[in-house]
Design a protein around this ligand. Structure first.
Ligand code: AQP
Length: 322
């Protein structure tokens, strides 16, 4: 299977990005799939950003990929803006995309509300660029968190529509959503997704110091009860912390509930903080060598370019452009 997925270099990566996608990528890479993992720097331009930070964030994302276990010998690791066919195909696909479909997208509505002073056309066209990313590589599987499922479905719809109109060009992708960890919630507002563009107290970044981890976990929102029990409806905060505990410790939630029976939230949170400090140590100790990262991106782009060129040629031919 050809696997394709990426992350935006918008801010520091958090444990939601790690549990929702990076961890599942490692399993897909180990299962001998043909994997392409990339940095979505063009998507990152749709929200306010500092140009000087973009390259640094891109390197951090690649460094996090490598620390987590992505292997450039097994997977193609590249940067979106290095392959110009992404934007070319985005334009071509936009000519068959109904405006109403884009206006209906949950992310567009959420981000428009969050960045009310910067509702740019890129934010609206984000899913068309994402469809171009996916279809350009004739992707089979797109591992994503719950929030991106709607965009992958649109990519499939546009691929199908294009094939019906111009001939069988695109492979139709399928979203792969993990059973647990697909929607890690904010530490401060457990009814909202953990997001890297929110306030830093709401997420644990992969590079957070032990002190920051302890502070953020101890002040994570829970409830007025005492019982460490999974109950999304009445105990959203505790349930989220249990999910995080379970995924990092690889223990079932029921075991963790037993372990903390009659022990209260303080002890549970201290133990979770210790677990995170231990598990995130490799990210903290990471020494990102810029030349090494540039080299990986360059080699990745060369390999990705071959697939992208082949697809765009077929697309342009079928549309009467060649
Ligand atoms: N809280 C989350 N739980 C599980 N998975 C998540 N993902 C994001 N947040 C969670 C998944 O991570 C991948 C990369 O996300 P992205 O950087 O492309 O953009 P996003 O989905 O918009 O993530 P953020 O953290 O909320 O970033 P900002 O704040 O920049 O918009 C995706 O597959 C996503 O599902």
């Amino acid at each position: 299977m050809r696997v394709f997925s990426g992350i935006q270099p918008t801010s520091q990566l958090h444990i939601g990005n790690y549990l929702g996608v990076i961890k599942p990528w490692i399993d897909l890479q180990s299962a001998n799939n043909e994997c392409l993992f990339w940095v979505a720097d063009l998507h990152a331009l749709t929200v306010p950003y500092k140009p000087i930070e973009l390259k640094k964030r891109t390197s951090e994302v690649v460094a996090a990929y490598l620390t987590a276990g992505l292997d450039p010998k097994k997977s193609i690791i590249f940067r979106q803006s290095d392959i110009k066919e992404h934007t070319e195909l985005c334009w071509l696909l936009s000519t068959i995309t109904p405006l109403g479909d884009l206006q209906r997208m949950t992310q567009f509505k959420d981000k428009s509300a969050k960045h009310a002073k910067n509702i740019n056309a890129g934010l609206l066209n984000y899913p068309v660029l994402m469809a171009a990313d996916i279809l350009l590589y004739q992707t089979d599987l797109v591992p994503v968190g719950e929030d991106q499922k709607q965009h992958v479905e649109l990519a499939k719809t546009l691929g199908k529509k294009f094939n019906n109109k111009f001939g069988e060009i695109f492979n139709l992708p399928k979203a792969v959503i993990p059973k647990s960890g697909a929607r890690i919630m904010s530490l401060t507002e457990p009814n909202k997704k953990m997001s890297k563009s929110d306030t830093p107290t709401s997420y644990i970044a992969l590079f957070d110091s032990p002190e920051e981890i302890k502070k953020k976990i101890s002040s994570a929102t829970t409830d007025s009860g005492k019982e460490v029990k999974f109950d999304i409806k009445n105990k959203a905060g505790v349930s989220n912390l249990l999910t995080i505990y379970s995924l990092f410790s690889e223990q079932p939630i029921s075991e963790i509930e037993k372990q903390f029976k009659n022990k209260g939230y303080k002890e549970f949170k201290e133990s979770l903080a210790e677990l995170l400090i231990k598990k995130l140590k490799p990210f903290r100790e990471l020494e990102a060598k810029p030349e090494y990262i540039d080299d990986i991106l360059k080699q990745g782009a060369e390999k990705a370019q071959v697939i992208a060129t082949e697809t765009i040629q077929k697309v342009k031919k079928s549309m009467g452009l060649i």
